[in-house]
Design a protein around this ligand. Structure first.
Ligand SMILES: Nc1ncnc2c1ncn2[C@@H]1O[C@H](COP(=O)(O)OP(=O)(O)O)[C@@H](O)[C@H]1O
Ligand SMILES: [Mg+2]
Length: 256
């Protein structure tokens, strides 16, 4: 079996939350170049909380965060972004009143004008759907286009690590599969370390190299997807938590 790459980003035993009661407890996770690591688990498990802690938005109570070999525990989001950590949040992922181009320019906020122009071309090559719509207002985009722009905006700084919080939320199953199989997988193929939170467990398992199951703020199970799927306790973990594998709320999805 292939060994996992040395981590680009890792959390070692982190505990964090919003008040005195921690939401995530003693969580360890790692992602290396070329890997897709998926975090799955029921609603409210603490998946978004874990990501917000990793990118410096939330302060941690204990544990360490390492970027390569450097301890970056407690560093500000801006510093982590500067050092190659890109984060696409679950909501508020684009600036709606701005055009596609302006959104990309905002994403390149650490670059000079010439670098921004060059990078817009490079990101346009990664997502060829974007260049023809540079002048459109972001609030006119479909759900799929919108998520693509959110990822492209973060790619403006050419991050080493890409952290995606439920990128397929509100997308139809077909669009969701396309985004994961085509784009997310390809970004890992470009050598990026991709850490993905996904509500569609089965779709995540298909593209992930490694998967952690987060339940009630703790990693309850982790491993290679093929190994996880063979374990009887895997499905039970989901069912016990009131969530069916791969089934998501289809009430507010978009088709285009
Ligand atoms: N801003 C916040 N302030 C206080 N509690 C929060 C906040 N955001 C989330 N929580 C709580 O933290 C827990 C985990 O939430 P979250 O990390 O969003 O879960 P998930 O992303 O797995 O659905 C939930 O109980 C939620 O109510
Ligand atoms: Mg969440």
């Amino acid at each position: 079996m292939e060994a996992r790459p040395a981590p680009s980003l890792q959390a070692q035993g982190i505990t964090a939350g919003y008040g005195s009661v921690p939401v995530i407890v003693d969580v360890s996770i790692a992602v290396g170049p070329g890997e897709v690591v998926a975090i799955i688990g029921p609603n409210g498990a603490g998946k978004s909380t874990l990501l917000k802690t990793l990118v410096g938005i939330l302060r941690l109570d204990s544990g360490r965060i390492l970027l390569g070999a450097d301890d970056v525990t407690g560093r500000a989001p801006e510093e982590l972004a500067r050092r190659g950590v890109g984060y696409v949040p679950q909501v508020n992922d684009i600036f709606e009143p701005l055009t596609v181009l302006e959104n990309l320019e905002m994403g390149g906020y650490l670059l000079n004008a010439a670098q921004v122009r060059a990078r817009v071309l490079e990101v346009g090559a990664v997502f060829p759907q974007l260049p023809p719509m540079l002048k459109r207002r972001a609030d006119k985009l479909s759900g799929g286009e919108r998520k693509m722009l959110a990822i492209a905006r973060v790619l403006m700084l050419d991050p080493k690590v890409l952290i995606l919080d439920e990128p397929t939320a509100n997308l139809s199953p077909k669009l969701a599969d396309g985004l994961l199989r085509e784009h997310v997988k390809r970004l890992a193929g470009l050598g990026k370390a991709v850490l993905l939170v996904e509500q569609r467990a089965r779709a995540a398992l298909e593209i992930a190299d490694w998967t952690s199951v987060l339940v009630s703020g703790s990693v309850r199970l982790e491993g290679r997807p093929a190994d996880l799927l063979q374990r009887q306790d895997f499905e039970e973990l989901f069912l016990g938590a009131g969530t069916e594998l791969g089934v998501s709320d289809e009430s507010n999805m978009e088709e285009t």
